[in-house]
Design a protein around this ligand. Structure first.
Ligand SMILES: Cc1cc2nc3c(=O)[nH]c(=O)nc-3n(C[C@H](O)[C@H](O)[C@H](O)COP(=O)(O)OP(=O)(O)OC[C@H]3O[C@@H](n4cnc5c(N)ncnc54)[C@H](O)[C@@H]3O)c2cc1C
Length: 410
């Protein structure tokens, strides 16, 4: 197989990270051919508003597109709307659905992740939705026009953000979570308890330890969600938010190493020097995780893209950005910086009843993460502290009279 055209940098996946890689390569002075291949229609867009302002109809498509169309022409970024079906490493080609092939001198895999499907009977009934893409969001938004009973399966970020929006729009919302607390994979038990209370106060019915065993339907449309105890939770429609799986198949089929993500090194290179990877799709070595980790955040995808653009234009440095994340639920802005393990201890700073507080996480007396609600100063300070060797004690973290800023002056 051969392909016409100059072999430059080809980016596979036109999401947050793929877009940023293209933009940063031009910022860094890359002058060669730059092709951005994505299988979603339209211009690259941001996903976070899909479960926030866009879902509330407070933002339209123009507000969520990463750049207007002219940007791509101005920066000589070729946008190709197609699904890639294979990577030919020997020939340095990406094969597209329909038979075309695109050559590359360097390939960046930014294929992201897809929704984890609900593995129970009834999962394919009409009225069962997921939320990953603009198309998913448009389908869901259409359901929010008329007051309905909504069941959300999964109390992760997407499930809870959607629940907050649906409640604000007057829907009857039930959230079913299999674990014993909300946001269990991401935050401390204290923070989980705060968000569980906050959603209950919004009027959402939250059921913990609720394993979903099946979906009930009539005439092919979902009518309820059955949990392990035999309860059927009535539903006019259902949102499934039970996590994602990374899009690794192209890489695996091409013989690249895959282990909960496409494996890359500290420079975001795969085992093939002509192929790099970034974003939700990759597992990379992180000092914050103490090993390989796959993160799902805008910061991770965008910072990895910038790091890679620097390397590919002759300024290599290991990727070492401090991980951070945010989630908006009603008037609560949760910000997390660092990576905590489930067993890390937690020190409260401020009063949760004030809806402005932080939880500082420690392992062996060393700060690993800060979870903040409506306290952006703690979060910003955490980004600076964690970039170095954070010298803060649990006692200082818990003492509101202790000036955190004094730690930076040293
Ligand atoms: C509803 C929602 C809310 C979110 N909220 C937040 C938030 O508040 N804060 C935060 O930090 N993060 C948030 N995230 C996560 C964040 O959006 C992702 O971490 C980020 O988009 C990852 O970027 P990426 O480039 O790795 O992947 P993506 O943005 O998913 O892009 C990957 C692209 O590659 C395409 N692709 C895959 N395979 C192929 C193929 N074979 N051929 C062609 N194209 C392909 C995909 O269709 C997709 O368009 C949210 C995500 C969602 C879904």
């Amino acid at each position: 197989m051969s392909a016409a055209g100059e072999a430059g940098i080809l980016i596979l996946g036109a999401g947050q990270g793929g877009f940023q890689a293209a933009a940063s390569l031009r910022d860094c002075g890359y002058e060669g051919r730059l092709v951005l291949v994505g299988d979603e229609p339209g211009l690259p867009y941001q996903r976070p508003p899909l479960s926030k302002a866009y879902m509330k109809s407070e933002a339209g498509i123009e507000q969520i597109e990463l750049r207007a169309g002219a940007f791509y022409a101005d920066h000589r970024i070729e946008l190709v709307n197609a699904r890639a079906t294979a990577i030919d490493r020997a020939g340095q080609l990406v094969l597209l659905e329909g038979g075309a092939a695109l050559p590359y001198a360097h390939l960046i895999l930014a294929t992201g992740a897809r929704n984890r499907p609900l593995p129970v009977p009834g999962h394919d009934l009409a009225g069962v939705f997921y939320l990953r893409t603009l198309a998913d969001a448009d389908a869901l938004r259409g359901k929010l026009d008329v007051a309905r009973r909504v069941v959300v399966i999964g109390a992760g970020f997407i499930g809870l953000e959607f629940a907050a929006v649906a409640r604000a729009l007057g829907h009857e919302v039930t959230v079913l979570e299999g674990a014993g607390r909300v946001l269990a994979r991401a935050v401390s038990p204290d923070m989980s308890a705060f968000f569980a209370d906050a959603h209950a106060a919004m009027g959402t019915k939250l059921v913990l330890g609720a394993g979903v065993v099946g979906l009930k339907g009539e005439g092919g449309h979902v009518t309820g969600v059955e949990t392990g105890d035999g309860t059927v939770h009535p539903a006019d429609f259902v949102l499934v938010g039970i996590g994602v799986v990374p899009n690794v198949e192209l890489a695996a089929d091409a013989g690249l190493e895959v282990a909960n993500g496409i494996v890359v090194d500290a420079h975001l290179a795969t085992m093939d020097p002509a192929i790099s990877g970034l974003g939700d799709a990759v597992a990379y070595p992180s000092r914050f995780a103490g090993g390989n980790v796959r993160l799902e955040s805008v910061q991770n995808a965008a910072d990895q893209a910038r790091s890679l653009a620097h390397r590919l234009t002759g300024k290599p440095a290991p990727f070492d950005a401090v991980p951070w994340f945010w989630s908006d639920q009603s008037d609560l802005k949760l910000q997390i910086v660092g990576l905590a393990a489930a067993t890390d201890s937690a020190v409260l700073r401020g009063d949760p009843a004030s809806r402005r507080f932080s939880v500082f996480r420690f392992r062996d007396g060393v700060l690993t993460a800060i979870e903040s609600v409506n306290r952006p100063a703690d979060h910003m300070l955490g980004r600076r502290l964690l970039a170095g060797t954070p010298a803060i004690t649990p006692a200082q973290a818990g003492d509101e009279s202790f000036e955190l800023k004094s730690l930076l002056a040293k």
